[in-house]
Design a protein around this ligand. Structure first.
Ligand SMILES: CC(C)(COP(=O)(O)OP(=O)(O)OC[C@H]1O[C@@H](n2cnc3c(N)ncnc32)[C@H](O)[C@@H]1OP(=O)(O)O)[C@@H](O)C(=O)NCCC(=O)NCCS
Length: 172
C-alpha cells in the first residue's frame, strides 16, 4: 500500500478494497454523513473506494485513507480531488473523519499536509466546498487559512467555496 504523506501523528495512504469494512462503517454513520445527501450502503462504499482508486490512476492523487500512527488503525479520509464548480475545474481538499476521532486536530493536520503536497506538485489554488451549516468543517478551513470566495451550487446544494492560494506565505 502506497504511503503518500506522513505528519506527526498520521499517515495518508492510498485506499484499497481491503479498507471496505472501515469505509462502509464511516460512510453509514449518521453524524459523519449529516451534511451529505445520504448514508451509504456497503455496496456504495465499495463504489466509493473504486472511485478514489480511479482518481489515483488518472490524476495521480485523490482522497487518501488517514491512519493513526499511534494505533495503526484507519481514522478517516483526507486528500485532493478534481471537481467541477460553476463549470470550472478545481482541485478540492476534502476531509472526513470517523466520529470517534473528531476533536483532536487530525483533520486540520492531514489537510495541511495535503496543501503542502498540492504546493509541491505546482497547484496554485485549492478549494474546499463546504455547506454553510457545516460549522466544524468551516473551522477546519479557517485553521488552514482558507478564505471565503463565493456561494455556489455544488451537487444540487449551496456550498461555500473556500480558497487557499498557493504558495502560502507565512501560514502556520
Ligand atoms: C469536518 C470534520 C473532519 C472536522 O473534524 P474536527 O475534529 O472538528 O477537526 P480537527 O480534526 O481539525 O480537530 C479540530 C478540533 O480539535 C480540537 N483539538 C483537540 N486537541 C487538538 C490537538 N492536539 N491539536 C489540534 N486541535 C485539537 C480543536 O480545538 C478543534 O476543535 P474546535 O473546532 O471545536 O475548535 C468532522 O466534523 C467530520 O468528519 N465531519 C463529517 C464529514 C464532513 O462533513 N466533512 C467535511 C465536508 S465539507
Amino acid at each position: 500500500m502506497e504511503v503518500v504523506l506522513e505528519t506527526t501523528r498520521l499517515i495518508l495512504r492510498e485506499m484499497t478494497p481491503a479498507d471496505l469494512d472501515f469505509m462502509a462503517e464511516m460512510l453509514a454513520h449518521p453524524e459523519v454523513m449529516r451534511y451529505y445527501p445520504k448514508l451509504h450502503t456497503r455496496d456504495e462504499a465499495r463504489d466509493w473506494i473504486e472511485r478514489q482508486m480511479r482518481r489515483y490512476r488518472e490524476d495521480g492523487y485523490g482522497p487518501w485513507l488517514v491512519m493513526s500512527k499511534a494505533t495503526g488503525e484507519p481514522i478517516g479520509q483526507v486528500g485532493l480531488a478534481e471537481q467541477e464548480v460553476d463549470g470550472a475545474r478545481e482541485t478540492e481538499v476534502g476531509y472526513i473523519l470517523h466520529r470517534p476521532l473528531w476533536g483532536r486536530g487530525y483533520a486540520t493536520e492531514a489537510a495541511k499536509a495535503c496543501l503542502d503536497y498540492a504546493e509541491e506538485i505546482g497547484k496554485t489554488r485549492i478549494v474546499a466546498l463546504i455547506r454553510p451549516v457545516n460549522e466544524p468543517s468551516m473551522r477546519v478551513a479557517a485553521r488552514l487559512g482558507m478564505v471565503f470566495e463565493k456561494l455556489s451550487d455544488f451537487k444540487g446544494l449551496p456550498h461555500n467555496v473556500m480558497v487557499a492560494a498557493l504558495p502560502r506565505v507565512g501560514c502556520a
